[in-house]
Design a protein around this ligand. Structure first.
Ligand code: NAD
Ligand code: MG
Length: 402
């Protein structure tokens, strides 16, 4: 029986994780559930999963959550605050941690799990993008097992040989990693109309049902940019080892090309329960609840190159990845602030990339030799991004849709 801590249990990945875990009560028990604001769902999940701990990220929510726990007859321990997230992620009773908090808020709890040598199921790509080398060093030191949850990285992991050595594509005869992406909901919207799209339209992804931040990132393709950086750190890749390929159907989740002409791909319906089940049970396989792929029903597969004029955020992320760690830390922070401003209808969709670009231009790189330095740079970039947005709004250049 393995004990799981689910960081971000109320999110899209958290809900899918619980769905898979509850299908296998003989294999997994839930040690802790954590959430930010959706307390009602957290309590419902606790009733089903019977965890030892539940954690609310904001201390101000402790009392109201306590009342909800009592009303639901829950006897689990209730903790609150950022430190408590780290506490449950590194607790001795836990063997698996699902890192599914969105954004930079997930960095410290995810790292706590890594430092404690857990099996870490990494959905929270922003944590790795922010802290790259330090994160991988920490995992090497603690012998934590990092399992990719992002469907693309999980697919690459499945297509790599079992004896793959970090960063050494040549010894395994690998010529290229093909990172696929759907292109999001605006793949064929005229570029001149992108400034008018709304948060609701941006969050309506054609194939995946996800949280709002990653949905907007998918529409701008910043998500693929973050995944490009994530893939470099997870597998030790150089920029030229990765090719981004648009595949609007989201059935192939990524591919590995070998020097003999073979291409191995991982396919499946677009449902995150597949990579979650794979990572949970690895090296075994368990049922996930995902419908099998029906090849007779599949429409034609298509592939094309991403247009960097349509997706300037993808180019920004690849350039930042080549520039180094501080550029990716700043870009991630700027982007989180800009996406939130877009979701709050303060700026236009196309301004997300402008803000990210300006933020990178006005800030200077610096060596990041500790997590404190990463967090400080993240905060500074957030401040810059906020200032740029305020200026845009003051100049009357904010959102322009009704
Ligand atoms: P979501 O917005 O649906 O859920 C986020 C979770 O994080 C919620 O439980 C929320 O309560 C919690 N949270 C938010 N702010 C927090 C804070 N300040 N402190 C503590 N907890 C906080 O997001 P999601 O779509 O589930 O994505 C989660 C992560 O997984 C992201 O990093 C995303 O990039 C990654 N991911 C998601 C998908 C997907 O299909 N949804 C696919 C691949 C990767
Ligand atoms: Mg992905």
């Amino acid at each position: 029986m393995q004990s799981i801590c689910i960081l971000g249990s109320t999110g899209s990945i958290g809900v899918s994780t619980i769905d898979v875990v509850l299908r296998h009560p003989d294999k997994y028990q839930v040690f802790a559930l954590t959430a930010h604001k959706n307390l009602g769902l957290l309590i419902e999940q606790a009733k089903l999963c019977r965890p030892e701990y539940i954690v609310v990220a904001d201390k101000a929510d402790y009392s109201s959550c306590k009342i909800l726990c009592q009303a639901a007859g829950l006897s689990c321990h209730l903790l609150a605050g950022a430190d408590a997230l780290q506490q449950v992620a590194s607790a001795s009773g836990v063997s698996i941690v699902m890192a599914a908090i969105v954004g930079a808020a997930g960095l410290l709890p995810t790292l706590a799990a890594v430092n404690a040598g857990k099996k870490v199921l990494l959905a929270n790509k922003e944590a790795l993008v922010m802290s790259g080398e330090l994160f991988i060093q920490a995992a090497n030191q603690s012998k934590a097992l990092l399992m990719p949850i992002d469907s693309e990285h999980n697919a690459i992991f499945q297509c790599l040989p079992h004896d793959f050595v970090y960063g050494d594509l040549a010894s395994s005869g690998i010529s290229k990693i093909l990172l696929t992406g759907s292109g999001g909901p605006f793949r064929s919207t005229p570029i001149t109309e992108l400034n008018k799209v709304t948060p609701t339209q941006a969050c309506a992804h054609p194939n995946w049902d996800m949280g709002r931040k990653i949905s907007v990132d998918s529409a701008t393709m910043m998500n693929k940019g973050l995944e490009f950086i994530e893939a470099r750190w997870l597998f030790g890749l150089q920029s030229q080892d990765i090719e981004v390929v648009l595949h609007p159907q989201s059935i192939i989740h990524s591919m590995v090309q070998y020097c003999d002409g073979s291409v191995l791909a991982q396919l499946g319906n677009p449902d995150m329960r597949t990579p979650i089940a794979h990572a949970l049970a690895y090296p075994q396989r368990i049922e996930s609840g995902v419908a099998p792929l029906d090849f007779m029903q599949l429409a034609n597969f298509s592939f094309c190159q991403p247009d960097m004029l349509r997706y300037p955020n993808l180019k920004l992320a690849i350039d930042a990845s080549n520039a180094g760690q501080s550029a990716t830390t700043m870009l991630n922070a700027a982007n989180e602030v800009a996406v939130e401003a877009f979701l709050q209808e303060k700026i236009q969709f196309t301004q997300i990339a402008d803000i990210n670009d300006r933020c990178l231009q006005v800030m200077t790189s610096r060596p990041l030799d500790s997590i404190d330095a990463v967090v400080a740079l993240d905060q500074e970039a957030r401040g810059r991004s906020h200032l740029i947005i305020e200026q845009l709004i003051l100049q009357g250049q904010g959102r322009n849709y009704a």
